[in-house]
Design a protein around this ligand. Structure first.
Ligand code: FAD
Ligand code: NAI
Length: 465
């Protein structure tokens, strides 16, 4: 193997592997180093992919048990949890092997080992076969993130778990207590509720999914409660004591009023933080902010020439496709091209039922920025396909600039809206007006017609309600 590359990418997640592939496409020699043993990072190994496999399987299980009768399909299926877990693992295995194939195709050197930057342009890799010294013109830091710990609560991945443990429980817990009503808490809480657990979610704030449009969050909260998920808002977990069951101390967020809740499993999901452990950043002087986030300029350059950063380790949303967008732009910058990311067009999706999909600014952000806007909404109760499918929960909301009609935000709660987020991103990327969407043909009968009707309603002419 060569010991010199144009670029060394540290981390083989969606940031790292996509960056290395794009570098290969642009004719640069690239190595991608990851310590996990399998490429794909958090996303493919213990994040997006396994969680979506369990969300899909558990949704089918719940549909089959509770909703099939409404379509005239009778009989109640059972649960084979090991088989469900095996299907999840198969998806992970296929996709992680796929990254190795893409590396070969694009002449990227995939290296399994633990990397440390010993000087600008110099990376040391500890692998099972020994220590490698690699020389390079550029280093891209794509080392991702790790679970934020909850003070006083030690994760053992058996009874007190992070998302990683919650993706591999051996049996369905009778009572699951989730700390944090964010994306992980609600997605994995939904998985285990559907499979039979009683799920209680303890959230510090007085609302769920902070950062999501408040109207969407309120209706989402009501629907999750209707499905049987319980919430304790404005509350915090102050400790968990282990015995035959777990005794979880919960207090009001402002203190006082302690209660003890019993649980079989506690899932800690209060956020993730950038991961830069033992990478040598302090030694070479790379600037981190107070929260340990690697600081860069808008073109992913750190303060040290030749050292770049992308993905969860740098500021912004911790999302696989945000890491991928930055990977492409960073590789292009290194190759002397003009890569760029439009952060306003990056969607965020919560893959529960119903799903939540948002792109662009929400009403709270626009009010705060003093921007005048108009809103068009359309409920799925009036969408023919949703009615036919018996999936009428939720709505689409489009926000457009009051003067120019340019679309500023699209906020959706409803069936399969994650797959509809692409249209919303494209509209924002192309600076579409709400009228552009309203006058674009949408196939009938599809759920996406709700977007068109909501766009019509920005100027009050939705035709199907
Ligand atoms: P990572 O994917 O974390 O990859 C970094 C890699 O670098 C890791 O493999 C790590 O082991 C390796 N590494 C770190 N330090 C070193 C070192 N010194 N030497 C060698 N290797 C090193 N996002 C979505 O967009 N959609 C989803 O549905 C979604 N679901 C998620 C579900 C869960 C349960 C979790 C936890 C996350 C989910 N995410 C989702 C977030 C997504 O996984 C991350 O945003 C994404 O993986 C970030 O990519 P990255 O390349 O920056 O880092
Ligand atoms: P999160 O930031 O989405 O939510 C954390 C929640 O915990 C917040 O509601 C917060 O107010 C609450 N919280 C914080 N401290 C608390 C405390 N002490 N007690 C009670 N509640 C507390 O973080 P989460 O769910 O851990 O996910 C991490 C990241 O992973 C997400 O931000 C997202 O970027 C990514 N992710 C993305 C997914 C997707 O795109 N579908 C799926 C899963 C994860």
């Amino acid at each position: 193997m060569a010991d010199r590359f144009d670029v060394v990418v540290i981390g083989g997640g969606p940031g790292g592997y996509n960056c290395a592939i794009r570098l290969g496409q642009l004719g640069l020699s690239a190595a991608c180093i990851d310590d996990r043993g399998r490429f794909g990072g958090t996303c493919l190994n213990v994040g997006c992919i396994p969680s979506k496999a369990l969300l899909h399987a558990s949704e089918l299980y719940e549909l089959a048990r509770k909703d099939f009768a409404r379509f005239g399909i009778t009989g109640s299926p059972g649960l084979d949890l090991p088989a469900m877990m095996a299907q999840k693992q198969q998806a992970v295995d296929q996709l992680t092997r796929g990254v190795e194939f893409l590396f070969r195709k694009n002449k990227v050197e995939g290296i399994v080992g633990r990397a440390k930057i010993t000087a600008p342009g110099r990376v040391q890799v500890k692998s099972q076969t020994g220590i490698l010294e690699i020389f390079t013109d550029h280093v891209v830091i794509a080392t991702g993130s790790e679970v934020t710990p909850l003070p006083g609560v030690k994760i053992d991945e058996q009874q007190i778990v992070s998302s990683t443990g919650a993706l591999s429980l051996k049996s369905v817990p009778k009572r699951l207590l989730v700390v944090g009503a964010g994306i992980i808490g609600l997605e994995l809480g939904s998985v285990w509720r559907r499979l039979g657990a009683e799920v209680t979610v303890v959230e510090f704030l007085d609302r769920i999914v902070p950062g999501i449009d408040a109207e969407v969050a309120r209706q989402f909260h009501r629907l999750l409660e209707r499905q049987g998920m319980r919430f304790r808002l404005s509350s915090k977990v102050t400790g968990v004591s282990k015995g035959k069951v777990l005794s979880v101390s919960v207090e009001s967020a402002t203190g006082g009023d302690a209660a003890v809740l019993d649980a079989d499993i506690v899932l800690v999901a209060i956020g993730r933080r950038p991961y830069t452990g033992n990478l040598g950043l302090e030694d070479i002087g790379v600037k981190l902010n107070a929260r340990g986030v690697v600081e860069t300029d808008e073109h992913f350059r750190t303060n040290i020439p030749g050292v770049w950063a992308i993905g969860d380790v740098r500021p912004g949303a911790m999302l696989a496709h945000k890491a991928e967008d930055e990977a492409i732009a960073c590789a292009e910058r290194i190759a002397g091209r003009a890569g760029h990311v439009n952060y306003d067009a990056i969607p965020s999706v919560i893959y529960t039922y119903p799903e939540v999909a948002v792109v662009g600014k929400n009403e709270e952000e626009l009010k705060q920025a003093g921007i005048n806007y108009k809103v068009g909404k359309f409920p799925f109760t009036a969408n023919p396909r949703a009615k036919t499918n018996l999936t009428t929960e939720g709505f689409v909301k489009i926000i457009a600039d009051a003067a120019s009609d340019r679309v500023l935000g699209v906020h959706m709660l409803g069936p399969d809206v994650g797959n509809m987020a692409g249209e919303a991103s494209l509209a924002i990327e192309f600076s579409a007006s709400s009228e552009d969407i309203a006058r674009t043909s949408h196939a009938h009968p599809t759920l996406s017609e709700a977007i068109r009707q909501a766009a019509m309603n920005v100027d009050g002419w939705a035709m199907q309600m």
